[in-house]
Design a protein around this ligand. Structure first.
Ligand code: 13P
Ligand code: SF4
Length: 329
């Protein structure tokens, strides 16, 4: 059908009018709604680039918890996964905390149910319980101190020598911290479904094809992968490494959402997403983080839902280990 035929068709003409009325400028609407609601938009580095660009603050888990702790906004929209939004709520009981998609979970948090964790802890009476922030509020409530991948070493070193330590839920981060600190820890056997699929063999093949490339890996990866890395660290640490290091090419062994900030802060450098085991090309994308979209962000600001809630009894208990972590800086 040519253009003349289209304009002559009354049904198609009407659809075009309806479509143009329905089309909204999401960016402008989100800006308007965040001002109206006096809300702050916090986003993790693994969010889609367009969400990162809309956010008031983009960071790693620790930076986002710190931002949530100090915000004077009246409401928080958390573009990340559920445990991160829960942490913001624990720190801000009187403010609404919204998340674009309530189902944005985390394999580490889901693999450590609070009742199973409580039963497991009965085997280690008197042990200090260090929990990685990637866990539910109910697991945090059973913990002595929380850590993130940015501060796990410092948190573990803050526990007196000779004190028995249990660490949950990421066994890869736990093992990495044991090696860094020399402290013995009993590990809950959890893993991240994204970081555990990187292929050490394929990363080495990529290194051979790109001889100048440096490898930057997140500590949620398997030890074989960390062994071939030039730098291991949290998302913010990886970002800093690629900025500071003189290399021109980097192999990025974490969720590829972070590459957006790397390209912004280090124009001219090349970032290669690390390959994974098997044929799947997209398995290193966190399916939970990517549940959030700009459209869902708009709707959640417009409608004030989904709201993240935490039962008060659990919130009060979970706040103690989170505040201990934040006090360490
Ligand atoms: P960071 O704390 O390094 O941002 O990590 C969060 C996370 O979920 C890694 O998978
Ligand atoms: Fe959880 Fe892994 Fe996704 Fe991070 S990348 S949110 S640890 S599933």
């Amino acid at each position: 059908m040519d253009a003349d035929q289209r304009s002559a068709d009354p049904a198609i003409g009407m659809r075009a009018v309806i479509d143009s009325r329905a089309a909204i400028d999401l960016r402008a609407e989100i800006d308007h709604l965040r001002r109206e609601r006096q809300a702050v938009i916090l986003a993790h580095y693994y969010q889609d680039a367009e969400i990162q660009d809309l956010a008031d603050f983009v960071g790693d888990s620790l930076q986002l918890a710190q931002a949530a702790a100090r915000t004077d906004a009246k409401a928080i929209v958390f573009c990340g996964v559920h445990f991160m939004a829960e942490t913001a709520k624990i720190l801000n009981p009187s403010k609404p905390v919204w998340i674009p998609d309530r189902e944005a979970g985390c394999s580490l948090a889901e693999g450590c149910p609070a009742n199973a964790f409580a039963r497991w802890l009965e085997n280690y009476p008197g042990a200090a319980v260090v929990s990685y922030v990637n866990c539910s509020a109910a697991v945090k409530a059973l913990s002595d101190i929380i850590c993130t991948s940015s501060n796990a070493q410092r948190v573990v070193m803050s526990i007196p020598e000779g004190q028995r330590i249990v660490f949950a839920p990421d066994r890869h981060l736990g093992r990495y911290i044991i090696r860094k600190t020399g402290r013995d820890m009993i590990l809950w056997p959890g893993t991240c479904q994204v970081h555990e699929v990187f292929s050490e063999k394929k990363i080495v093949q990529l290194k051979v094809r790109h001889p100048g490339a440096k490898v930057a890996a997140h500590p949620e990866c398997d030890q074989r992968v960390l062994d071939v890395a030039d730098h291991v660290g949290s998302t913010s640490s990886l970002l800093k490494f690629v900025q500071d290091d003189p290399a021109r090419e980097f192999i990025i062994v974490t969720e590829p959402g972070i590459i957006h900030q790397m390209e912004r802060s280090s124009p001219g450098k090349i970032f290669l997403p690390a390959p994974i085991e098997g044929a799947c090309e997209a398995c290193a994308v966190c399916p939970h983080m990517k549940r959030n979209t700009v459209e869902k962000l708009y709707l959640c600001l417009r409608d004030g839902t989904p709201e993240v809630t935490v039962p008060e009894e659990i919130r009060v208990q979970a706040l103690v280990p989170i505040e201990r972590m934040l006090a360490l800086g």
